[in-house]
Ligand binder design. Structure first.
Ligand SMILES: NC(=O)c1ccc[n+]([C@@H]2O[C@H](COP(=O)([O-])OP(=O)(O)OC[C@H]3O[C@@H](n4cnc5c(N)ncnc54)[C@H](OP(=O)(O)O)[C@@H]3O)[C@@H](O)[C@H]2O)c1
Length: 325
């Protein structure tokens, strides 16, 4: 099999054309059809603490066709999608032509989605939907007012923006690349595009003017602190990322005076019923033309240099990895 391998902590990742398949383990064996590129994959390849066993095949997503199974739920020919569940971190992942995985977090590919589009959605898109569901479950509706998406040009942000606009929300997109990406973000459904410095340059007062009925945050840190301080009474902020930083210097004021909910989002360990709910909603709601317009495709051979680009915030939207290239 072809695979990207990180052989030891601190070692450079490399593409191996004849990697040893017997190193794979897990009851469901697959031909990987596509993987996708996430911020976390960039961190793994750059040696920034994601890989937690060695040797490791990175890639936190895969879409594949089952070729054999030791469990009765799956059989040869089934098309499946797997996001997280430790692949690309503590288990071998999707940057390879073959995989063996545990069945726990596998989801059957929804009938209307091609394998390539499911990979384009990937962990970032799946996480975006989990975040939208947090707003839904918290009772945030378009009638409550504007919703904010931070890190809007990124993979999670782009999908979150398209999903919220599709649900009828007036969405404000925050980006550090207004000149380059404002038109792209409007095409995805943003009613307004703001510069991320407006939210993230420094932490402001614990309570600020109420601007957001809800927010989906990819970046954490100063930005998230200010977003909480600007969230309206009863609003919900779904936090899934740390692109600006993992710190959060906030106060209890938004929670005790404005009834605000800070809703965490974790895709890696999401239970099966939540995975199915999110994938069904993605298949039903995500505009596939918009998905295509935000998707770039690269080959397995390009995954190693791509790490620096995603970590530098130079990529836009979602990136599919064609493991045969
Ligand atoms: N909780 C989970 O389960 C989960 C799942 C997936 C991802 N994540 C995390 O979510 C984050 C986003 O993931 P992704 O795959 O969407 O990554 P991505 O495609 O690289 O997007 C991240 C975006 O964040 C913005 N950004 C980058 N550096 C920033 C900074 N210093 N300050 C403010 N904004 C910055 C950029 O958007 P603009 O150029 O538009 O400003 C960038 O495009 C990452 O931290 C990732 O690890 C978590």
């Amino acid at each position: 099999m072809r695979a990207v391998l990180i052989e030891a902590e601190g070692a450079d990742a490399r593409l191996v054309e004849d990697a040893d398949e017997s190193t794979l383990s897990g009851p469901v064996e697959l031909d990987v059809l596509f993987s996708s590129y996430n911020y976390k994959d960039g961190m793994a390849i750059a040696g920034q603490g994601i890989a937690r066993r060695f040797p490791l095949i990175p890639g936190i997503d895969l879409v594949g066709r089952v070729t054999g199974s030791e469990v009765e739920e799956y059989s040869a020919g089934d098309l499946v999608v797997l996001n997280g569940d430790g692949i690309g971190e503590t288990r071998n992942g999707g940057f390879a032509t073959r995989a063996r995985v545990r069945p726990d977090a596998l989801v059957r590919l929804p009938a209307d989605l091609s394998p390539e589009r499911a990979a384009a959605i990937g962990t970032a898109g799946f996480t975006a939907m989990l975040s939208v569901l947090r707003l839904e479950d918290g009772g945030v509706t378009p009638e409550h007012g504007d919703v904010l998406v931070t890190g809007a040009s990124g993979g999670g942000g782009s999908v979150a923006l398209a999903l919220l606009a599709g649900r009828g929300f007036r969405v404000v997109a925050s980006t550090g690349r207004t000149d380059e990406n404002a038109e792209y973000l409007r095409e995805l459904g943003a009613a307004e595009v703001i510069d991320r410095d407006e939210l993230g340059a420094e932490v402001g007062k614990p309570l600020q003017a109420q601007r957001w009925a809800g927010a989906i945050d990819a970046v954490g840190s100063t930005t998230l602190a200010n977003v909480l301080a600007q969230t309206s009474w009863g609003g919900v902020v779904a936090a899934y990322g740390l692109a600006q930083g993992m710190d959060l210097r906030t106060s209890v004021m938004p929670f005790i005076l404005r009834h605000v909910t800070l809703a965490g989002v974790n895709s890696v360990d999401a239970p099966p019923d939540l995975r199915e709910r999110a994938w069904d909603a993605l298949a039903a709601e995500l505009d596939l033309d918009l998905l295509d317009s935000m998707t770039t495709s690269i080959g397995l051979s390009e995954t190693i240099p791509y790490a620096q680009r995603i970590l530098a915030g130079e990529t836009r939207g979602r990136t599919v990895v064609d493991v045969t290239q």
